[in-house]
Design a protein around this ligand. Structure first.
Ligand SMILES: [Zn+2]
Length: 137
């Protein structure tokens, strides 16, 4: 949202349709829960999870944004939830039926030549990152 990447924002939601034939619909059933709530659930149910940030994300702007949002949350509890839910409400008002988004995606998404996951490039971001990590070894 800081960079107003509208195409990226359009694809951020709890339910995304199968945009290309052969690709599954994506659903985020726990989207209303906070990271802290999910961690508490995992601890109470003895579900092991990874606490550390991805080592490949070092220096990523996303970590800075996360830190700033967490600071806002400490100073003004509920800020993150209001921000996210407000985003979803705004998105629902401005985004027409999901079918039009699926139609728009069909023109740009295709399977990654390495792993087969949907991507706009020849090779997806994950496979590019794995290739860089392998080359560094
Ligand atoms: Zn890939």
């Amino acid at each position: 949202m800081l960079n107003w990447q509208q195409e990226y924002l359009d694809k951020q939601g709890p339910s995304l349709p199968a945009s290309v034939e052969g690709f599954a619909k994506k659903v985020k059933p726990l989207y209303r829960l906070s990271e802290r709530e999910m961690a508490a659930y995992a601890v109470l149910n003895r579900i092991d999870y990874i606490v550390e940030e991805c080592p490949m994300s070092k220096g990523a702007k996303m970590l800075l944004y996360k830190e700033v949002l967490n600071r806002l949350e400490i100073e003004s509890p509920g800020t993150k939830q209001r921000f996210y839910w407000g985003f979803l409400e705004q998105q629902a008002r401005t985004t027409p039926a999901s079918t039009s988004m699926a139609e728009k995606d069909q023109a740009v998404l295709h399977p990654c030549t390495t792993c087969g996951q949907p991507t706009t490039a020849e090779v997806c971001g994950y496979c590019k990152m794995m290739a860089r990590a392998t080359a560094k070894r």
